[in-house]
Design a protein around this ligand. Structure first.
Ligand code: FMN
Length: 202
């Protein structure tokens, strides 16, 4: 099977890419609107992109009618956002916040969640999420049909039991990840691989 990428329309491109780039971590992005409404939505087109300073990015598609999603509008307005991680027990709540509510409706409240004040940014944190990354907008890059939002990490909130050896205890956090279609996955069996070239230089 060979697929000529130039034949793919938006939907076909989305489905193929979701399958090729799987599993994807989910950034549950919380923002504040110009009207003061706490907004949240999941974005699985998400990764970190720099270490010094630490930076993360996520990519926002336009809505089918071409309009901007609330998250993008809000990030442009306040210049900041929060990435909340999604453990298994919050998967359904995360999914509920993906509904396309009008901007005056808070997905956080609709999903029965709590918006907590952040320390360094105007965007609220989702209190129920055990890891929150407070980010300041660095830049928005228009990439094809999408807007790539790049943010500098300013402050990380980690529930104490999830912080181990300078990082997140992922086995304990049990984050869910997105696959193709509407499929998700849990953390499976974990294993380690030594890097031989690193062992040699020690
Ligand atoms: C698990 C999951 C991942 C998603 N990832 C993205 C994404 O990376 N980019 C995007 O534009 N929309 C993505 N969506 C769709 C948005 O969450 C959805 O359009 C939402 O209504 C946007 O809300 P907003 O207008 O409040 O920003 C995703 C949805 C789900 C359920």
């Amino acid at each position: 099977m060979r697929i000529d990428a130039s034949t793919l329309d938006r939907q076909a491109s989305h489905e193929l890419l979701k399958g090729c780039v799987s599993p994807r971590p989910i950034a549950w992005i919380s923002t504040l609107s110009a009207g003061g409404v706490a907004n949240a939505a999941p974005y699985s087109c998400f990764t970190f992109v720099a270490l010094v300073p630490p930076m993360v990015c996520f990519s926002v598609e336009p809505r089918p009618d071409g309009s901007k999603k609330d998250t993008l509008r809000n990030v442009e307005f306040t210049g900041d956002f929060v990435v909340n991680l999604v453990p298994e027990e919050l998967a359904k709540a995360m999914n509920a916040t993906a509904e396309n509510f009008p901007p005056e409706v808070s997905e956080i409240a609709k999903a029965g969640l709590t918006a907590a004040a952040s320390e360094k940014v105007q965007a609220p944190r989702i209190a129920e999420s055990p890891v929150n990354l407070e980010c300041r907008l660095a830049r928005i890059v228009e990439v094809g049909s999408n807007s790539l939002v790049i943010g500098e990490l300013l402050l990380v909130h980690v529930r104490d039991d999830l912080y181990r050896d300078g990082t997140i205890d992922v086995a304990r956090l049990r984050p869910v990840a997105r696959l193709a279609g509407n499929e998700y996955c849990r953390l499976g069996e974990m294993f380690e691989l030594d890097r031989p070239w690193l062992r040699e230089v020690k």
